[in-house]
Design a protein around this ligand. Structure first.
Ligand SMILES: Cc1cc2nc3c(=O)[nH]c(=O)nc-3n(C[C@H](O)[C@H](O)[C@H](O)COP(=O)(O)OP(=O)(O)OC[C@H]3O[C@@H](n4cnc5c(N)ncnc54)[C@H](O)[C@@H]3O)c2cc1C
Ligand code: FES
Length: 263
């Protein structure tokens, strides 16, 4: 699988909310080879070495003109610095990395993104639409202002988004699990599949519901990552079979049934 480490131009910055930022890079090599669910490691510094390590971000969206987007929340020093980068500057990206979502099986699907776990869902929805599929999409956030700026891109793809906020300020009041429990695939669906990304407790709850509904579930996991390429062994997560997997190299997308959830 091709990977590139390149200085690419930042061509657009968007402040989606007070602390959520979307950056668009001209990164044709990475964009052309990326699959939904894969990620990139981004150098956040312009000078010096603090932070020393690159930061991982899901690929939010790519297009045929070589544009590649990430969507992120400002949490600490790395994301703070990244949020201050200006259009026209060059940023070092490494990617595409990891194993993404499996798209081939399933004629019906449900995409569930919570918080910044919404980021990879746009690329996934786009790819499913290109295959002629119309996924059910459930997006959740704490408040409406975190969700509303993201809806137009999903709607442009022709998918209906079921929005839910924890404070009830937009869409339904509650959690993505409240919406998902009432989702039922048509009886004739072949291998329906659920794709999810978000906080671990959210994904665990979705997986539990999938088990009750007898549905396949793919989850995109997050851990701290130092290298992103399987070299530092710092991103290990436990497997149901015993042993460990590395989120950067074996994931970040896993079949939920293969992981140890302690449900
Ligand atoms: C495969 C992968 C894909 C990711 N995709 C995205 C994405 O699309 N959008 C996005 O916003 N973030 C994403 N993340 C998380 C992102 O990498 C971290 O938020 C980022 O590295 C924080 O860097 P920082 O230097 O700003 O914060 P740090 O200085 O490293 O940490 C600041 C504070 O935030 C906490 N923190 C760090 N990482 C996380 C985390 N993942 N979740 C919760 N708290 C954390 C730390 O414990 C610390 O308290 C992804 C992570 C992985 C592994
Ligand atoms: S982040 Fe280094 S091995 Fe996964």
């Amino acid at each position: 699988m091709s990977q590139f480490q390149q200085n690419v131009e930042l061509i657009r910055t968007e402040s989606m909310t007070r602390d959520v930022v979307r950056l668009t890079f001209h990164a044709p090599d990475i964009a052309a080879t990326a699959h939904p669910g894969q990620f990139i490691m981004v150098q956040t510094t312009t000078t010096g070495n603090d932070p020393l390590l690159r930061r991982p971000f899901s690929i939010h969206q790519v297009n045929n003109n070589g544009a590649l987007q990430i969507l992120f929340k400002v949490l600490g020093r790395g994301t703070e610095l990244l949020a201050k980068r200006q259009e026209g500057e060059f940023v070092s990206l490494l990617g595409p990395l990891g194993k993404g979502f499996t798209l081939d099986n399933g004629d019906a699907s449900c995409l569930i993104g919570g918080g910044m776990g919404i980021a990879p869902m746009l690329f996934l929805a786009h790819s499913l639409r290109r295959q002629g599929k119309t996924p059910t999409v459930i997006l959740g956030a704490r408040t409406g202002d975190e969700l509303v700026p993201l809806l137009a891109d999903f709607q442009q793809l022709g998918v209906v988004v079921q929005a839910v906020t924890n404070d009830g300020s937009f869409g339904s009041h509650g959690f993505v699990t409240d919406i998902f429990k009432d989702i039922h695939f048509p009886a004739h669906s072949i291998n329906p599949i659920v794709y999810t990304c978000g906080p671990r407790p959210m994904m665990a709850a979705i997986f539990l519901q999938c088990q009750h509904k007898n549905l396949s579930c793919q989850v995109s996991m997050e851990t701290t990552m130092a290298c992103g390429i399987g070299a530092c062994l710092g991103c290990a997560i436990p497997l149901k079979s015993g042993g460990y997997a590395h989120v950067c190299a074996d994931g970040p997308v896993f079949s939920a049934k293969d992981l140890l959830w302690n449900l």
